[in-house]
Design a protein around this ligand. Structure first.
Ligand code: 9Z3
Length: 320
C-alpha cells in the first residue's frame, strides 16, 4: 500500500515521474554536478548543495497568473559565501533572478549611478566605479574572482517547480558518490501546493465567470526519498519556516522524526535575519545576532554555517 502513504519514498518518486515532466537539460546538469562533486571529493573537499529562493506555481498553462512566495534568496546566497569561506565547494541551486552570492550586496543599487566616464589618452574613454556607491566593492570583487578562479562555485538555476524537483533529485544522485562529504542545505521556500498539468486550464481564467475557486494538490515531499534513497550517507539539513513562533520547535522536531535527517534550521518569518534554532535529535542551538553584530555587518548565516560545519565534521568522523 505504498501509494496510500504520502511520505513513503517510493510513492514520492512515482509521483515525481508521473506528475512532473522532466525538463530536457536535467541529465546534462546532473553530469556537471557529478563531475564537480567527483573533482572536489577527490581533493578531500566537502561539497554542499544549497537550494535557494522561492517557487512560483502557475494557475494556467499559458500562464498569466501564478502563486508566488516571499523568499528573496538572501539566506541561500549569503550562506553560499560563508560555506565558501569555510572551505566547502558549493552547488548553488537557485531560482532564476533570486539573490546571488556576492552580487546580492548590490541588488538594490542602480548600477549606472555608480559609474562615470574618464577621458583616457588619445580620446579613449574609461568607465570608473564610485566605490562610495558600491560599499566594499573592491573586497567583494577580489573574493568573487578568487572563488571563480578556483572553480569552487557551481551555479544551477531553476524557474519552475518541476525543474526544482528534478534538479534536486539529480543533485542528490550526483553527490551520492562522495558519501558523508556531501551536505544538503535546503533553504529554498518551495511551494507545498500546485495544480497538476492535467487539471490546469489552458487559457487565461476569465473573471466574467465570477469568483475564483481553486483546488491544489500537495507537492510530494522530496526529503523522504532524498534521505532514504538518493543520498543516504549525506548530511542533510532542512529548514522550517513558521509565522507563529509558539509552534516552531514542535514542527521542527516533527520534521526530524518524520524524515530522520540530521538537522532542521527553524526560523520565524519576521525575525529570520536575527534568530534561528538549529535542532537535532538530541540538541537545540539558538543562534542570535545582537544589534551590535548587525551594525558591524555580521550575518546570522555566518553563525549557522559555523554550527553546521562543526556538526558535519563530527558526522563525517562517525560515518567514515
Ligand atoms: C527558510 O526557512 C529560509 O530561511 C527562508 C529565507 C526562506 C525563510 P529569504 O530567502 O528567506 O532569505 O528571504 N526556508 C525554508 C522554508 C520552507 O518552506 N520550509 C518548509 C516548511 O517550513 C519545509 S521544506 O514547511
Amino acid at each position: 500500500m505504498a501509494h496510500s502513504d504520502p511520505l513513503a519514498s517510493a510513492a514520492v518518486e512515482g509521483r515525481l515521474c508521473e506528475e512532473f515532466a522532466m525538463p530536457s537539460h536535467v541529465e546534462e546538469v546532473k553530469k556537471l554536478m557529478a563531475a564537480f562533486a567527483g573533482q572536489h571529493g577527490a581533493a578531500g573537499r566537502r561539497v554542499v548543495l544549497i537550494t535557494s529562493g522561492g517557487t512560483k506555481v502557475p494557475l494556467e498553462s499559458r500562464t498569466v497568473r501564478f502563486l508566488d512566495n516571499f523568499s528573496s534568496g538572501r539566506r541561500g546566497a549569503s550562506s553560499a559565501e560563508h560555506f565558501l569561506d569555510a572551505g566547502y565547494a558549493v552547488i548553488f541551486l537557485h531560482r532564476h533572478r533570486s539573490l546571488y552570492p556576492y552580487t546580492r550586496r548590490y541588488a538594490g543599487v542602480n548600477l549606472l549611478d555608480s559609474l562615470s566616464f574618464e577621458q583616457g589618452g588619445e580620446g579613449a574613454e574609461r568607465v570608473l566605479v564610485d566605490q562610495q556607491q558600491l560599499p566594499g566593492i573592491a573586497a567583494v570583487l577580489r573574493r568573487y574572482q578568487a572563488v571563480k578562479a578556483t572553480g569552487l562555485l557551481l551555479p544551477v538555476e531553476f524557474s519552475t517547480l518541476s525543474e526544482y524537483l528534478h534538479l534536486l533529485k539529480a543533485s542528490a544522485q550526483a553527490l551520492s558518490s562522495i558519501g558523508s562529504h556531501a551536505m544538503f542545505y535546503l533553504a529554498a521556500a518551495v511551494s507545498d501546493f500546485y495544480i497538476p498539468a492535467s487539471e490546469m486550464p489552458e487559457h487565461k481564467i476569465q473573471s466574467s465567470n465570477g469568483p475564483l475557486q481553486i483546488s491544489m494538490k500537495m507537492v510530494p515531499k522530496m526529503l523522504s526519498p532524498l534521505v532514504k534513497n538518493w543520498a543516504p550517507k549525506a548530511f542533510v539539513i532542512s529548514f522550517k519556516l513558521e509565522t507563529d513562533s509558539s509552534i516552531l520547535l514542535e514542527r521542527a522536531r516533527r520534521a526530524l522524526a518524520t524524515y530522520k535527517h540530521q538537522a532542521v534550521v527553524a526560523n520565524v518569518l519576521d525575525t529570520r535575519r536575527g534568530y534561528v534554532a538549529v535542532v537535532t535529535e538530541d540538541s537545540r542551538h539558538e543562534l542570535v545576532l545582537t544589534d551590535e553584530e548587525a551594525q558591524k555587518g555580521v550575518e546570522i548565516e555566518e553563525k549557522i554555517i559555523c554550527n553546521l560545519a562543526a556538526a558535519h565534521t563530527q558526522f563525517m568522523s562517525q560515518h567514515a
